[in-house]
Design a protein around this ligand. Structure first.
Ligand SMILES: Cc1ncc(C[n+]2csc(CCOP(=O)(O)OP(=O)(O)O)c2C)c(N)n1
Length: 573
């Protein structure tokens, strides 16, 4: 038995289950599943350009008979939703488990959507573990159910399951299935005639799964002493166990479809059971729709993460008090010292542009003192948004709009927005912030880095060639630290009728093996305490009581952005 995080346990479960392929796209809190899987022998793990591709690759491998694990964060499932819904109709051959990690409390996400809804919407079974041991067991169960019912299975995790370590018993690896081509158009070609039949088959499978749920060991009743009855699942089970240790529990592991008889039996008696779940009233709605009388949390507890204290309060039906502000000073996230994105935002701010943004480390450009990123909706959106703004704004306003997008995000879903700009004949500037990695989620490789998750050297996709290939004639690569050149190119691009792409390129300063340049320092007698350099938001800079700036030589990476900003040349190497 060893301690594993939930993510490590899912990877272990996949390996033990004889998985031969793992696919995914990084996203907190799910990223470590595939990273861990890549460390096991006898299988392949690979990052794909986005989650839709990951699921499509997974479906091909599964139809050939192999067991496949596909990983993503909750918003990734939105991207993969198109193949997901129809894959429910076609079904699978080799077991297909889709591990989706939700982020209640938005530790690192743009929303806190509840992925369980996808089970109901796409008509797929959803398993929800409560600790790492269950994460491993339910991964294995997911493969068994997937093959028994010939259906993809969603394994729904949340941050606290993915990232907490609890004990796990290890097992041996089952022999992977051998793969072959199977021609089966009635199952694998979803023309309307065949799809209509498959829809009926899917509904029948769900009924069978609901029957299975009645006696499934992952749905278990735990007797209690207090007379209180609680229905719960996932991480909420752990919080309930602390908040109400003597209650009787119906702990659901298969949260869709639900065991109607088991629920009815548990709810029988004079006291209604309390239903405790994190985020949306998913189970509450399903169970009430069965005509089963339950109590459930007040609305305010549906926002953010639960914890044992919140669960104590919600069980007592107490209104939630807004916690007092913390007496500690706020520590908002900042771009690292030397981050190549900083100088680009400095220039964008100087030019007073309206910046449609995207998701990555550069989203931090929205925070003071840079305050130079104006939108962030979802991955890839900033490029399309810039086109939308320019389409409807008067030309003198439209010329102020520029889009920024990271290299990983551009390949994930930004390139289609650029194609739209070219296709629909709109001008404007798209800036690709190319730091040669997927920095925000922990430096994962992507198709333009020249390396795979298995550390093979591969042909790197050329961003500039892609942009030219879709029809952008003005494509320029400029060092992210060359502020005058960035400014000149942008100035020259804003009024042109044709689109321009600026690739601002410099590797993330935290990339392994990158040589640090010697640090800069401030000549105190030259510094006029104007504070301009501080407006770059570099954490290596600070001002003394006299307003004069100094540079922390340990934090400074020698990027020289501040030296370029200083109006009196007081910052020198
Ligand atoms: C659909 C979706 N998948 C994954 C994520 C997690 N995620 C946020 S930004 C990002 C990529 C960041 O890389 P890049 O665009 O290169 O910018 P960088 O952080 O390197 O500046 C990822 C994977 C997400 N928010 N949405």
């Amino acid at each position: 038995m060893i301690l594993l995080s939930g993510n490590e346990a899912v990877a272990r479960g996949a390996w033990e289950g004889g998985v031969i392929l793992g696919t995914g796209y990084p996203g907190t809190p799910s990223s470590e599943i595939l990273e861990n899987l890549s460390g096991y022998s006898g299988l392949r793990a690979q990052w794909c350009p986005n989650e839709k591709v990951a699921l499509e690759v997974g479906s091909g491998a599964s139809w050939a008979g192999g067991r496949v694990l596909v990983t993503m964060k909750h918003v990734g499932l939105n991207v993969a939703a198109d193949p997901l819904f129809t894959l429910a109709y076609t079904g699978i051959r080799g077991g297909l488990v889709i591990a989706v990690a939700d982020d209640p409390g938005l530790q690192s996400s743009q929303n806190e959507q509840d992925s369980r809804h996808y089970g109901r919407a796409a008509r797929l079974p959803v398993l929800e573990p409560s600790d790492s041991a269950e994460a491993k067991e339910m991964t294995l169960l997911g493969f068994r159910l997937s093959e028994q019912f010939k259906i993809p299975v969603i394994l729904r995790l949340v941050t606290r399951i993915s990232h907490s370590r609890t004990p796990v018993f290890l097992g041996r690896r089952s022999k992977p299935a051998s793969c072959r081509i199977v021609r089966d158009p009635e199952r694998q070609v979803m023309i309307p005639k065949y799809a209509a039949v498959r829809h009926r088959v899917l509904e029948e499978k769900l009924e069978e799964l609901a029957l299975y749920a009645e006696t499934a060991p992952c749905n278990r009743v735990e007797p209690g002493r207090s007379g209180e009855k609680i229905i719960t699942s996932g991480i909420a089970y752990q919080y309930c166990r602390e908040a109400a240790p003597d209650a009787a529990y119906l702990k659901l592991g298969l949260v869709y479809p639900l065991p109607r008889k088991l629920l009815r039996k548990f709810a029988r008696g004079k006291d209604k059971p309390f239903l405790v779940e994190e985020l949306d009233p998913f189970l509450a709605t399903e169970i009430r729709a069965m005509g089963i009388d339950i109590r459930s949390k007040r609305k305010e507890y549906g926002l953010g993460e639960l914890n044992p204290d919140r669960v104590k309060n919600l069980l007592a039906n107490r209104a939630e008090k807004v916690p007092p502000p913390s007496p500690l000073p706020g520590r908002p996230p900042v771009m690292c010292a030397g981050c190549p994105h900083r100088g680009v935002f400095w220039v964008l701010k100087k030019l007073k542009l309206f910046v449609t943004g995207d998701i990555g480390c550069y989203t931090l450009g929205t925070l003071p003192p840079l305050s130079a990123l104006d939108t962030c909706l979802c991955m890839g959106a900033g490029v399309g948004q810039s086109e939308g703004y320019r389409r409807v704004l008067p030309p003198e306003e439209g010329r102020k709009v520029a889009a920024v997008i990271g290299d990983s995000t551009f390949l994930h879903s930004g390139v289609t927005g650029l194609i739209d700009i070219v296709y629909n004949g709109n001008g404007g500037v798209v800036i690709i912030l190319d730091n040669r990695t997927t920095a925000m989620t922990g430096h994962q490789h992507h198709p333009a880095t020249g390396q795979t998750l298995m550390e093979e050297a591969v042909f790197p996709v050329s961003l500039e060639t892609v942009c030219r290939g879709v029809g952008v004639k003005r494509v320029k690569v400029i060092s992210s630290y060359d502020l005058p050149a960035l400014e000149d190119f942008l100035q020259d691009s804003l009024d042109r009728p044709e689109p321009s792409v600026l690739i601002a390129r410099a590797p993330c300063v935290l990339l392994k093996g990158l040589k640090k340049k010697s640090p800069y320092r401030v000549e105190a007698d030259k510094c006029v305490a104007c504070g301009l350099c501080l407006k770059s938001g570099c954490p290596a800079l600070s001002a003394g009581e006299d307003g004069k700036v100094s540079i922390d030589p340990v934090a400074c990476t020698g990027c020289a952005v501040c030296a370029g900003i200083c109006p009196v040349s007081a910052i020198i190497r």
